[in-house]
Each structure stands twice: as structure tokens, then as C-alpha cells.
Write a protein that binds this ligand. Structure first.
Ligand SMILES: *[C@@H]1O[C@H](CO)[C@@H](O)[C@H](O)[C@H]1NC(C)=O
Ligand SMILES: *[C@@H]1O[C@H](CO)[C@@H](O)[C@H](O)[C@H]1NC(C)=O
Ligand SMILES: *[C@@H]1O[C@H](CO)[C@@H](O)[C@H](O)[C@H]1NC(C)=O
Ligand SMILES: *[C@@H]1O[C@H](CO)[C@@H](O)[C@H](O)[C@H]1NC(C)=O
Ligand SMILES: *[C@@H]1O[C@H](CO)[C@@H](O)[C@H](O)[C@H]1NC(C)=O
Ligand SMILES: CC(=O)N[C@H]1CO[C@H](CO)[C@@H](O)[C@@H]1O
Length: 393
């Protein structure tokens, strides 16, 4: 089942930055609500290959993922997704890995929160936690967690089918990450997307894991796509998985590590509803050509020849351990406060197509949170909110 959520006006009128819990994935039921796109390919009489990335891995189907222990829930109730670390792989064969996708699609007006205790890393390993439109690349992609081999810092990116660039505004104090590529358009920069690098080594690989992991919060909003990263010790109390909060207020999270404002990027037209994807590729178009920058290359295609094939010992660290994944939306909001005349809160006129640019609050404070452009709290009209909801359908 897939459902394109409509962004409706609701508590958004009270605070445009507040979202309500829509979906909680955790504990023994973590894998409910996720699809396994891997399937046996009868044409080639082989499992699904990671074709688009020329990865040296098979994508395990659901049955195999479960029977081979590639997707499990551990004793702590954390979901584990791993590369096959028990099989010896022979030349010309591939190693099994996993890919799961949320069965639901989430519209603008959603926040994705991933609490992970461990992420896969190591030579040949390319982990990713990202979102994709059903129709790709037309509907856009948001890469929240991605890097390869023994890299030390996370790299985030947007991929768009049309023109989108990270504006100078966002390269200043509006975010803490550094811009690696400005163009989000897919035809540019060899398809790298507009990459922003997290300055913290705790955001990826070895340091992420040795600091007990952390949390990514991704706000998919019309005025900006923003990503926050908190290493375990820095996760705000209200956001901890244990707190199990039913709402999130992104205006309380401080400066994001990456912020893609709609200034030079029409988010509303470039991004269709997104599904969440968690996958681990081996080698492929990203990890293979960059292998020798952080890993010992002894020969051409050392990535495959020295790592993927042979004994499995190199993959003992190649797993995600996910404490919880949550999706908050501005749809399931509490009903708007009734207005004095007793008619439903807000205006019932949703015919106009407002742009959602309010007067904003906090602009000009110079503290970097400012950008304070769109989504001006309290000043966005219901018509504007519903207007962009309609545009998304
Ligand atoms: C699932 O994957 C396994 C291993 O590749 C394969 O043997 C099996 O036929 C697949 N099952 C289905 C229903 O495709
Ligand atoms: C894995 O994730 C990356 C994330 O950017 C994506 O480009 C790639 O298509 C994914 N591959 C598979 C096979 O899931
Ligand atoms: C947290 O909330 C979700 C959704 O309401 C629920 O399914 C889950 O059991 C809760 N977890 C804990 C630890 O309370
Ligand atoms: C990696 O391999 C490429 C291509 O063979 C080569 O040009 C480059 O110098 C190598 N880099 C390192 C760090 O060894
Ligand atoms: C708002 O627009 C939608 C889509 O056109 C329509 O189904 C709905 O009835 C409208 N609601 C109001 C209150 O006008
Ligand atoms: C980094 C690492 O663990 N490398 C190992 C990969 O697997 C080969 C073959 O088992 C070992 O020789 C390497 O030490």
C-alpha cells in the first residue's frame, strides 16, 4: 500500500514548525511498514542485482533477508540491517546486502527522525539513508546519510530533476555544514547532487559508532529542506527514542547541519512525496572509484577483488543498528482552535494559491537561525497552506 499524504492545514496555524507523530518504527515490529524491493530476477536466474549503481551486491528479498539474518531485531529491540558477514563469496558472484523502503510516501510537511546506534562502514561499504520519489529522478531525492569506505564525515545532498542550487544565503550561518557542490540538478557535477559535508567526524563511520551513534532529523518543508545531526550525547531530551514524544518542534533544534532553502530551488515543484530508503551497496559507482582514497588498493578493482569476494570477516562492522525511525507530519494535527464565531478554525476558502511566505518571526536577529523567511509563524494563511497541498497532489 502506498499513500500520498496530503498536507492539510492544522496545528500548523499555531506553529508552522510543529509536527505530530505519524509513524513509529521500533521494537520487534520495526520492519512492519517497510518493503523489500529485492526479488528473484527470473530473466537472469539470479537475485536482484544493484544494477543502477553497478554494486557488487545482491539485494536480498524479504524471505532471504529474514532467513539469513540480514534483517533482524536484536535483544535490545533495535533493528539490524546487515551485509552478509557469514558467507565466503567466490569470484564472479556477489555478496548479499539489503535495501528496505517505506511503504508510505510522505509529502512536504513531514519530518523524518532516525535514531541509530551503529551505521555500516569499512572498505567497499556504501551505506545510505535517503528519500526518493516514486518516480525518480523526476520527483527528487534527499540524501540524509551517505558516504563510502573509511570516510570520516557524513555527506548530505539533494538531487533534483530541474534547476536547484544552494543559495549564498544558506552557505552562511544558516547551517553548520560546508558546501561541496552547489548544484542539485541531476545533470550537473556528474550527478553528485548539492553535497553538504558535516564538519563532525562523529557523523559517519568509526567515530559515529564509537560515540554510540546519533540521530538525524530531516525537515521536508516548503520553505526549506533542513537536516540536523546529533551525536548520541547531544540528542535533545525530548527527541530521545525513550521519550517517545508525539510531536516535534523543529524551531527548537538550533542551526541545522544542512539547509536547502527554496530561494533558488522551488521545493514545491521539484519534490514529489518521498519514500524512505535504507540500503547498503558494495563498491558501485561511488565506493569503487574512491576506494583508494581511504582503503588499501592493491590492484585494479581492489574493492571487489580484495574485499567483496573471499571470506566474510571484513563485513563484521557493516550493519545498521536502528533504535527507532519516526515520521512526524503536519497532517494529524489537533483540530484548529475554534474561532469565536463558532465556525471551524481558519478560513474555509482553500481556493487561492498562496505562496506560503509569511512575514516571519525572528528575522534580522542575526543569530543565524533567522533566515526566518517562509513559514512565518502565525502569518501563513490557511489558503496558503492548503494551496501548496493541492499543488503537491
Ligand atoms: C528470495 O531470494 C532467495 C535468495 O536469492 C531466492 O532463492 C528465492 O527464490 C527468492 N524468493 C522469491 C519469492 O523471489
Ligand atoms: C543506495 O543508496 C544510494 C543513496 O544515494 C542510491 O543512490 C542508490 O541508488 C541505492 N542503491 C540501491 C541499490 O539501493
Ligand atoms: C512509542 O510510541 C509508539 C507509537 O505510539 C508505540 O508503538 C511504541 O510502543 C512506543 N514505545 C515505547 C518504548 O513506549
Ligand atoms: C587512486 O587510483 C587512481 C586511478 O588509478 C589514481 O589516479 C590515484 O592516484 C590513486 N589515488 C591514491 C590515493 O592512491
Ligand atoms: C479544498 O480543496 C479540495 C481539493 O480541491 C476539496 O476537495 C475540498 O473540498 C476543499 N475544501 C474546502 C473547505 O473548500
Ligand atoms: C580490514 C580488514 O579486515 N581486512 C581483511 C579483509 O579480508 C582479508 C581476507 O580475509 C584479510 O586479509 C584482511 O585483513
Amino acid at each position: 500500500m502506498r499513500t500520498a499524504l496530503l498536507v492539510a492545514a492544522g496545528a500548523s496555524l499555531v506553529s508552522a514548525k510543529s509536527y505530530n507523530l505519524h509513524q513509529y518504527s521500533g521494537g520487534k515490529n520495526f520492519f512492519d511498514g517497510w518493503n523489500y524491493p529485492g526479488a528473484f530476477d527470473t530473466t537472469n536466474n539470479a537475485p536482484t542485482a544493484d544494477v543502477t549503481n553497478s554494486g557488487d551486491n545482491w539485494i536480498a528479498n524479504k524471505t532471504y533477508s529474514q532467513s539469513a539474518g540480514l534483517t533482524t531485531v536484536n535483544d535490545q529491540g533495535h533493528a539490524v540491517l546487515r551485509v552478509d558477514d557469514t558467507s565466503t563469496v567466490v569470484y564472479n558472484d556477489k555478496r548479499y546486502s539489503v535495501r528496505i523502503e517505506s511503504s508510505e510516501l510522505y509529502s512536504i510537511g513531514s519530518v523524518f527522525v532516525m535514531d541509530a546506534a551503529q551505521i555500516p562502514f569499512g572498505c567497499s561499504v556504501w551505506p545510505a539513508y535517503w528519500t526518493s520519489a516514486e518516480v525518480w529522478p523526476e520527483g527528487g531525492e534527499i540524501d540524509i546519510l551517505e558516504n563510502v569506505n573509511q570516510a570520516t564525515n557524513n555527506q548530505m545532498a539533494l538531487h533534483t530533476h530541474g534547476t536547484c542550487t544552494i543559495s549564498p544565503e544558506s552557505t552562511g550561518t544558516a547551517m553548520t555544514g560546508s558546501v561541496v557542490f552547489e548544484d542539485c540538478g541531476n545533470a550537473l557535477n556528474g550527478n553528485t547532487g548539492c553535497v553538504v559535508r558535516d564538519p563532525s567526524t562523529k557523523s559517519f563511520g568509526k567515530d559515529f559508532n564509537s560515540n554510540q551513534g546519533g540521530m538525524w532529523v530531516t525537515e521536508f518543508a516548503e520553505d526549506a529542506i533542513s537536516i540536523w545531526f546529533f551525536s548520541r550525547a547531544d540528542i535533545p531530551a525530548s527527541l530521545k527514542s525513550d521519550a517517545n514524544s508525539t510531536s516535534i518542534d523543529t524551531s527548537a533544534l538550533g542551526t541545522p547541519v544542512a539547509r536547502y532553502p527554496n530561494t533558488n530551488c522551488d521545493i514545491k515543484s521539484l519534490f514529489a512525496p518521498q519514500k524512505i530508503v535504507i540500503n547498503i551497496t558494495l563498491c558501485g559507482v561511488f565506493a569503487r572509484p574512491t576506494f583508494n582514497s581511504t582503503c588499501p588498493a592493491t590492484q585494479e578493482n581492489s574493492c571487489y577483488l580484495d574485499w567483496v569476494i573471499g571470506p566474510p570477516a571484513n563485513y563484521s562492522e557493516a550493519y545498521f543498528e536502528i533504535v527507532s525511525h519516526r515520521v512526524f507530519t503536519d497532517t494529524a494535527a489537533a483540530p484548529p482552535t475554534p474561532n469565536p464565531s463558532g465556525t471551524p478554525g481558519g478560513s474555509s476558502d482553500n481556493s487561492s494559491s498562496g505562496t506560503g511566505t509569511g512575514t516571519g518571526t525572528g528575522g534580522g536577529s542575526g543569530d543565524g537561525t533567522g533566515a526566518a523567511i517562509a513559514a512565518g509563524v502565525g502569518s501563513v494563511t490557511l489558503a496558503a497552506l492548503v494551496g501548496f497541498a493541492i499543488a503537491m497532489v
